[in-house]
Design a protein around this ligand. Structure first.
Ligand code: MG
Length: 226
């Protein structure tokens, strides 16, 4: 059996942040940057990279892109200060499915739109951070489609040069997760625990469609053994 590299999205897949938290955080963020009122034109953050979300936020609030680094720094600080375990829902089976992968000889990593530090803050509050050492993060590119290649290089360091894109399994809750897996020739697994229904996700033709990460012994073996 070839070792696989299983890459988890975070928001909507491993955990969900309860509604109301992000608007409050963005208000606080812009207040610290000297803005009284934030203009938030985006209706959905799902499946997008933090680099993309923050670039748009700067643009719609008339802030120069040179403010990106300070916005990022303040965001990471505010997230760390404000995010408590109670703000998160950890999805059923998140922990068990990661355990299942790693105890059966495969490697687990992250493929997420979050900045790396934000990813680990969220996972820390959910008690999942100790599972992960590597992955591809939303600070690295605007475009999620470019993240699997970043993960591939990291996977080769972890598993060896025999790793192929088709050995990478990308698990996520949005069409963008499915799209980026297809873009790099990886296996896509869509899970309907985020803001998209199974019907909506199925239209994007994931290789596998699941409703929950729970009971990994029922859905993971066929994906890992293929
Ligand atoms: Mg997601």
């Amino acid at each position: 059996m070839r070792p696989k590299f299983i890459l988890y999205d975070i928001d909507g897949t491993l955990v969900s942040i309860k509604s109301g938290f992000m608007p409050g955080l963005i208000d606080e963020l812009l207040r610290r940057l000297g803005r009284d009122e934030a203009i938030i034109t985006d209706t959905s953050f799902a499946g997008r990279t933090d680099r993309d979300i923050f670039s748009r936020l700067l643009e719609s609030n008339g802030l120069d892109t040179s403010a990106f680094d300070s916005l990022k720094e303040v965001y990471l600080q505010v997230l760390d200060e404000m995010l408590a375990t109670d703000h998160l829902i950890t999805h059923n089976g998140a922990e068990r499915s990661i355990d299942f992968c790693t105890t059966s000889g495969h490697a687990a990593g992250l493929l997420t739109g979050n900045f790396e530090e934000a990813a680990f803050t969220k996972l820390n509050r959910a008690g999942l951070d100790h599972y992960f050492t590597t992955g591809a993060f939303g600070g690295e590119h605007h475009d999620r489609n470019l993240l699997p290649e970043v993960a591939f290089e990291k996977g080769r360091e972890l598993i060896g040069s025999s790793l192929q894109p088709s050995d990478m399994i990308i698990i996520g809750d949005t069409p963008n997760d499915i799209g980026c897996a297809k873009h790099f020739g990886c296996v896509s697994v869509a899970v309907s625990t985020g803001s998209y229904s199974a019907d909506q996700l199925s239209q994007h033709k994931p290789d596998y469609m699941i409703h929950t990460l729970d009971k990994p012994e029922e859905w993971l073996p066929q994906i890992l053994n293929n």
